[in-house]
Design a protein around this ligand. Structure first.
Ligand SMILES: [Zn+2]
Length: 177
């Protein structure tokens, strides 16, 4: 039996997973975030230890969280890889400079988890994710509205392409393993 990560590499996209503490780039980003936290723009505590960060096809895995193959965190980050894959530099720029686009992209990743685990198609999950993404410098009202859109799409079975693809890959992997 192969891991989901290997399955995804073989059948969807090639993805690299790197431990965050081993990346000089992540240390630089941690410094920038430290400053933006100080300025009150973001509130990201323990970026290196707590957060996974995906840049293009590389997932930087948080140092204090052992890598988990079959985890909501991995499903979330794989969705980011596809978002980048479909849009390239447009995605990078929109993610960094547009709050509304960043909100959209993050909520698509949340939708992946709603599809994989239908129990998460709930207002309680929307509420818990709303609080989490407010730390990304996005107003809560914006996050809540977009999360509700993703919830409705998931319930009505018309999800976003990237969520749908990650969830389908997971389903196929489960069936074949
Ligand atoms: Zn994300």
């Amino acid at each position: 039996m192969i891991s989901f990560r290997t399955y995804f590499n073989l059948h969807v996209r090639k993805v690299r997973i790197i431990v965050k503490s081993k990346s000089p780039l992540m240390k630089i980003i941690a410094g920038i975030l430290w400053l933006s936290n100080k300025l009150g723009i973001t509130n990201i505590q323990d970026f290196m230890g707590n957060y996974a960060t995906t840049i293009h096809d590389r997932i930087y895995w948080p140092s204090s969280d052992p890598y988990m193959d079959d985890s909501p965190r991995l499903f979330h980050e794989l969705t980011h890889v596809l978002e980048w894959h479909y849009r390239g530099v447009k995605y990078d720029l929109e993610y960094i400079f547009s709050r509304s686009k960043r909100t959209y992209y993050e909520t698509v990743c949340v939708q992946t988890n709603m599809l994989i685990n239908p129990k998460l198609q709930s207002q309680a999950y929307v509420a818990s994710c709303t609080n989490q993404f407010a730390n990304y410098g996005i107003p809560k009202s914006m996050v809540r509205k977009e999360l509700n859109n993703r919830l409705i799409e998931a319930v009505e079975k018309r999800p976003q392409a990237e969520s749908s693809l990650v969830a389908a890959a997971y389903r196929d992997w489960k069936m074949n393993s």
